[in-house]
Design a protein around this ligand. Structure first.
Ligand code: ADP
Ligand code: MG
Length: 393
């Protein structure tokens, strides 16, 4: 049995308002921030995210039939559907994540049962810290637990089912990173994930540093069309490079030297897109090495280089993200800073020497708000645990 923390207690209080009786479990799906490896996941490449101490959680109890009823505190709306009759919901958008996850889990062969519960999250929504994965993974654990099938799937299978839900049911063309780290994240560690093989390895987060995340609060309205365009440009690059490099199936297979040798096959724009992805994969590998060697200055330099590459080659930064990164870097204790997530808005992440977190936060509040006339939010999070579930009294 779990001693309730304050947030779970509050969600249980919401449960008591809308149902009779008590919930039996709480399922927790964290958000994430990616240290480095941006726009590499859908190129079969490498990423290095950490799970955050912010999450979406569901308190729930199983039902004996196949009806799923969930109340979302932040939206004040319900998902209420039958597992045998799921259709895209145009009115309650978030319900599609729940339905999609149920649909994708059953496609793996698991037979689910219904549940009733309350969902609540403190991951800022639509800011690139993956509240959607937090919702999916907390829901996946809740559904599997209700059906007494938590052991039926591995963490990797759960992450894949959640990604499939988001791609095929919700209709968002995301890679695997978010669901993977939300499911498998480990306290005190980043995960190096090979997005092709889905092999992963723990990379201890350095004791001498902290993560400071700056939320630009700027609109991401350009993000989804540009995201799809970038994906298409990467595919175009692979198709063109295959003329000279027939063995490749993704940009993950291309080295910087090969890209330079065959750049004449690519339009200038597609070349720059490829240069970002190829270079970024190499920076992930270099970051893992620098972390192992305890060379935090080098990690910071690689993060800075990642940002410049995203800004000038991949062209997914924005005035707000550049202003955020500049504010972070204005503090000497900031080792490196870069945009994180798809870009065009959302958040930037800084690696900061221990003890310098508040100085960086203050610089963000002061300089970013002045530059952009927007009041940002700042989060300081340790590398936290991945998804988990607890029985409640
Ligand atoms: P991000 O994953 O970067 O936060 P997305 O647009 O991918 O942004 O996902 C945000 C969506 O996830 C929200 O619009 C909502 O549908 C769903 N969501 C996130 N948090 C919650 C929550 N606490 N309750 C219900 N739905 C949520
Ligand atoms: Mg998302």
């Amino acid at each position: 049995m779990q001693t309730l923390d304050k947030r779970t207690e509050e969600i249980c209080a919401e449960f008591a308002k809308v149902y009779d009786g008590a919930p039996t479990h709480v399922a927790i799906g964290p958000g994430r921030v990616n240290l480095i490896g941006e726009h590499t996941d859908y190129n079969d490449g490498f990423v290095l995210p950490v799970a955050l101490d912010k999450d979406v959680r569901v308190v729930f109890r199983p039902r004996s039939d196949r009806r799923v009823r969930l109340y979302a505190v932040e939206f004040d709306t319900w998902a209420d559907f039958d597992l045998d009759n799921m259709a895209f919901d145009n009115e309650v958008f978030w319900a599609n994540y729940t339905m999609g996850v149920a649909w994708a889990l059953e496609k793996t062969g698991v037979r689910l049962v219904g549940l009733e519960g309350v969902v609540s999250g403190n991951i800022p929504r639509g800011s690139g810290l993956s509240s959607s994965a937090g919702l999916e993974i907390s829901n996946a654990l809740a559904l599997l637990s209700a059906a007494d099938s938590l052991d039926a799937l591995t963490g990797v299978q759960i992450a894949k089912a959640a990604q499939h839900a988001e791609n095929a049911f919700v209709g968002v063309n995301c890679g695997i990173m978010d669901q993977f780290i939300s499911t498998l994240g480990e306290e005190g560690n980043a995960l190096l994930i090979d997005c092709r093989s889905l092999e992963y390895q723990r990379v201890p987060f350095p004791a001498g540093a902290s993560l400071v995340i700056g939320n630009t609060k700027a609109s991401r309205s350009l993000a989804s069309s540009a995201y799809n365009e970038r994906r298409a440009q990467c595919e175009e690059g692979v198709a063109a490079l295959q003329v000279a490099l027939p063995g490749i199936t993704a940009l993950r297979d291309v080295t910087s030297a090969q890209l330079e040798a065959h750049k004449e096959l690519l339009s200038p724009v597609v070349y720059r897109r490829c240069r970002h992805v190829v270079g970024e994969n190499e920076r992930v590998a270099a970051t893992v090495q620098a972390l192992a060697a305890g060379d935090l200055d080098e990690v910071g330099r690689l993060m800075n280089a990642s940002h410049e590459s995203l800004r000038y080659d991949y062209e997914v930064s924005s005035d707000a993200l550049d202003a955020m990164v500049e504010a972070m870097r204005s503090v000497p204790g900031c080792l490196g800073a870069r945009l994180t997530g798809a870009g065009f808005g959302g958040c930037a992440v800084a690696l900061v020497s221990k003890g310098q977190e508040r100085a960086v936060r203050d610089a963000i509040l002061e300089r970013y708000s002045k530059a952009m006339n927007i009041w940002p939010e700042v989060y300081i999070s340790p590398a936290s645990a991945g998804a988990r579930i607890f029985a409640l009294e």
